[in-house]
Design a binder for this molecule. Sequence first.
Ligand SMILES: Cc1cc2nc3c(=O)[nH]c(=O)nc-3n(C[C@H](O)[C@H](O)[C@H](O)COP(=O)(O)O)c2cc1C
Length: 366
Amino acid sequence: MPDLYPLIRPLLGALPAEGAHRLTLTALKWGVGGLIAGSGEPDPPNLKQTLWGREFPNPIGIAAGFDKEAEVPDAMLRLGFGFAETGTVTPRPQPGNKKPRIFRLYEDGAVINRLGFNSRGLEPTLARLRTRRRIGVVGVNLGKNRDSEDPVADYVEGVRRVGRLADYFVINVSSPNTPGLRDLQRREILGDLLRQVVTARDDTAPGTPLLVKIAPDLKPGERTDIADLAGPSGIDGIIVANTTIARPPTLRSAAAREAGGLSGKPLFAPSTALLSEIYRLTGGTMPLVGVGGIASAEDAYAKIRAGASLVQLYTALIFEGPALVGRIKRGLAELLRRDGFSSITEAIGADHVLGSPVQQQASSPA
Ligand SMILES: Cc1cc2nc3c(=O)[nH]c(=O)nc-3n(C[C@H](O)[C@H](O)[C@H](O)COP(=O)(O)O)c2cc1C
């Protein structure tokens, strides 16, 4: 099937970013994804992996924010993604920030958003998750309401109400668009938050993986704190990373001065460096999901070699369309073969083995 996205892209580009996104979701609901993507080929067998007892046919996921309310998780899986993450969803409905709040930075292959957890609350998401056929891995990314007086209680409520409807949970403490949210990453708060969400998970959905999504803007001490807390807390993985509040001087687009979180190409290098650091700090023992600026098979492969068991993308999809997913999978399978890896699991963290930071850490006395 030919890739029709190049024909559609100018139409979407002419719409305000949020309108284009709404139209895309509607089209996906009507089932036109396959027509546009040219999808349908089976996944290369060397991309398959079992993680947390779940089968991932390939490691490429759609990142949170694309499908905030679980409207199209199965359509995304049909497009060829190996897993889909819905959310961020907050317990109660809230409008988010004033529009416009999504800006496309064409010259930079980037986006700035300051949506601010616009959400119809948990109920519509739960209703949709209840009625879907449970095929494929669909995670639920949880947030807190802006006006919440007890942030930890919001995450606990999310875990308890979603329960077994999620194939994995994400505790999102890293969006830059909810005041105070990223402070939850600080050691003294995060320890208590993780304890409480892990307890809620163990009560309502034992065995469901619980991941924490972190910001690319963490200070060195905060990175060490998170790595130290992660293992003992009982969480199952870390997603590295959310959008950045940094504005690299290389940005060329006029919209670069907009407030919000920057995603896409300029985020690739810093988020991959952080991923590598977190892999090293956790001694390669904690599954990591690498996200930030992936736009090619080479990018996905670099994240995997840096330590990601799975990867996700969002922004590149806006510029390249859904055929990108097939291109990344084919390219990634080829890169693995080129480097003598018989399966993706062998390549995870491969960049660390030669220089041996993981081995050094593992063998040094505690
Ligand atoms: C428009 C937009 C909305 C997003 N909303 C969320 C969100 O609700 N929750 C979340 O954890 N991340 C959200 N993200 C961040 C992405 O999940 C991802 O971490 C980030 O964009 C980096 O990946 P990318 O460069 O491939 O886009 C959003 C990103 C964009 C562009």
